[in-house]
Write a protein that binds this ligand. Sequence first.
Ligand code: SAH
Length: 506
Amino acid sequence: MGKVYLLGAGPGDPGLLTLKAREVLSSADCVVYDYLANERFLDDCRSDAELVYVGKKGGEHTLSQEGINELLVQKALEGKRVARLKGGDPYVFGRGAEEAEQLLEAGVEFEVVPGVTSAVAGPAYAGIPLTHREYASSVTFITGHEDPKKKKSAHNWKALAQSGSTLVFFMGVKNLARITDNLLKAGLAPETPAALVRWGTTCEQESLAAPLAEISERAREQNMKPPALLVVGQVVELREKLNWFEKLPLFGKGVVVTRAREQASSLLRILQDQGACCYQFPTIAIKALDDYSGLHRAFRNLTTYDWLIFTSVNGVRVFWKELAGQGLDSRSLGGCLVAAIGPATAGALRERGIEPDFVPDKYVAEHVVQGLVQRGISRARILLPRAEKARDVLPEALVKAGAEVDVLPVYRTRPAEESGVKILEAIREGKVHFITFTSSSTVENFFHLVSAKDLSMYVPGQVKLACIGPVTAGTLQRHGFQADLQPEDYTVSGLAGCLRQAVACS
Ligand code: SAH
């Protein structure tokens, strides 16, 4: 017999998924998930896991609650480990208890993994603490979703109004006017601070604060849509001071990341930490080679080289994976010196216990060679593991400087089989403010997927193009576009810095 885990996915920010939920997700045979749960969590699932979407959006049910309950029981009876992923916390207006009761009745074992409820996290990301010694010493969670045809409200509005509690309404956008009317009628002062928080904790968060008597009208003017929470109480005043998330430098800015999926994480993390909405559009796919016998031969001769130069994280990754596959480890390098062409590559080496002997301070081939010449590479034997098709500038310059260079392909890049449709749609909807290019091949492949003509409707203007360095910018120019932004240090953090500066100056 299997088991069902009722998992809270948290409010949207993937960092707010609990460690326990991640552990269950990554081992589940079957994942049954809702609309509100951020789909990025599905990246944590096993690649062979069965994923079932049972979302409800604005009343449109993919599957009825009874249907969901039956599905969970059926999967568990098939012997599966089932992760039932729900937005926020499963027991806070999540119908988790009903599912648990059904499981119990069917004799299916279950476990609950609580999640960070949006009621706490959404307001926190909008600068609103739910309690504060001076403003509120209790909190009430309330459903704002009541059947309008019902004669009598289930809520005791008088008690709510007199409680002095911070009131948090879920699912209240449609009924907003009715909720605020009820509170005012029950005696809450019209000037009581109130706020709406939509898509809290995500890069699409929107918030709006207004006195209780005005908030419904203001929400209508701003076309505020679900999902949002209504927070009512003096604590909302603190928002002025404590609104940290919406002040992040790239908050609300849409950034397209064209890097290969395997290489994108460092740039994504930097951008997301600064509040950006990232659109992953991998223009390149990284593929393993069919035959690694060349690399395996090189492993046996590593000590005959003076230098081993890595030009990418991926090169490092493949090198050590194959090394381990041959039953070897870093000791095979012996006294061979190691260079990394960039801080990310250096980081990948450090993760493997290798402190690079040389990291240039500028990350283009010409500078690298200069630096290496100073380290005395003339007459040195160099092994250069890298992508199958890469520019010859580095090896040629090394040879010119007197070195003997063995170029060794260890992976290859291919244009990704993506469609440009989604990205163009996001651009068209005005959601994209920057497109980032981190190599010439990201530029080349981008224009395989999106036509220059389509892009030129938004550039220059709405969308700014950011290139990691001059070579990439040159490739962009050959496609008829100028790089609007280009960092001085040719790194992904430099690139993110450029975006930040551009936003600050706009
Ligand atoms: N179990 C969930 C709530 C589900 S009810 C939790 O604990 O958060 C669905 C309602 O939750 C939505 O209508 C909205 O009011 C609120 N909600 C969920 N996620 C939200 C988010 N990221 N931002 C604002 N409100 C959210």
